[in-house]
Design a protein around this ligand. Structure first.
Ligand code: ATP
Ligand code: MG
Length: 253
């Protein structure tokens, strides 16, 4: 990246600009999403889909999510996988055995890019089949751009933080979304109140990178866990359902 390009990223990537003044702690937390390759990837996206990157809305171990603006001032969520903190084993077990990626050459160096591609592709599959997920907008390298769930004031809350105010209907709507996901040919694989946003009384399914087709060696196990997690959510909402009920609703028995 030449100096001019770098200045261009800097100018429209507010968190980076601020990291200059906010000192060491800030750099420690966000430092590895400001590595050269990630900034270069942002450069590309700032040319074609993103206008501004505003601020971080979540800092996870493997990824950070930023709020951003599109060219038409719309809100985006931008998920940036940390290149330097990737867990090769953790990621590759969800890619190996996924026939969609059989022909993709996988190495330590590119696994995170394949992962981002997989998340984007899963989102697209879900979105096209009518699952309530953020619309995928763009993808480049380790960065996934998607529709932002929330409004100007704040992002949609995670289900786990609003459990006590939820209508019981929402649980059955989640089972509906699970069914749509299965019918679209993928098991979510990390479904829980930590990966569901509640917005306008609807459950929005997020964090779909690990989703795999039913032919994947882990699919059955992941499905069993998703079902267990949903029963758990039901229990927390004082709804009494069992495994057979959920499996029947999902039309897998
Ligand atoms: N499209 C979105 N709109 C609004 N907020 C979002 C969106 N996507 C993610 N978020 C916020 O960012 C948080 C983290 O997102 P997500 O669950 O996809 O990643 P993660 O759990 O950090 O992933 P990893 O486990 O790989 O680190 C979410 O809990 C949610 O608060
Ligand atoms: Mg998550």
């Amino acid at each position: 990246m030449n100096d001019e390009e770098f200045e261009e990223v800097l100018d429209r990537f507010i968190p980076y600009r601020e990291s200059k003044d906010k000192g060491v702690e800030y750099r420690k937390t966000y430092g590895d999403v400001f590595d050269r390759r990630t900034l270069l990837a942002f450069y590309k996206l700032l040319k074609r889909s993103i206008e501004y990157v505003e601020f971080p809305i979540s800092t996870g171990k493997e990824a950070m999510v930023f709020r951003a603006r599109g060219k038409g001032n719309e809100l985006f969520a931008v998920k940036v996988y940390r290149i330097t903190r990737l867990n090769y084993k953790g990621l590759s077990k969800f890619i190996d055995g996924d026939e969609r990626f059989d022909r993709v050459h996988k190495t330590r160096d590119n696994i995170v890019f394949i992962w981002a591609r997989k998340e984007h592709r899963n989102l697209k599959t879900f979105y096209e089949k009518g699952v309530i997920v953020p619309k995928p907008i763009d993808l480049w390298k380790n960065i996934v751009v998607m529709e932002y769930v929330g409004d100007e004031k704040s992002p949609a809350p995670l289900m786990k933080d609003v459990m006590e105010n939820l209508k019981k209907d929402i649980l059955f709507e989640i089972i509906d979304e699970m069914k749509k996901m299965l019918q679209s040919g993928l098991v979510h694989g990390d479904l829980s109140e930590y990966n569901i946003l509640i917005w306008e009384d609807k459950p929005w399914i997020i964090d779909v990178g690990q989703a795999v087709p039913p032919s994947h060696p882990l699919a059955q196990q992941l499905l069993a866990r998703d079902v267990k997690n949903v029963i758990n959510i039901a229990r927390k909402m004082d709804i009494n359902i069992d495994r057979d009920y959920v499996l029947r609703e999902l039309e897998v028995i």
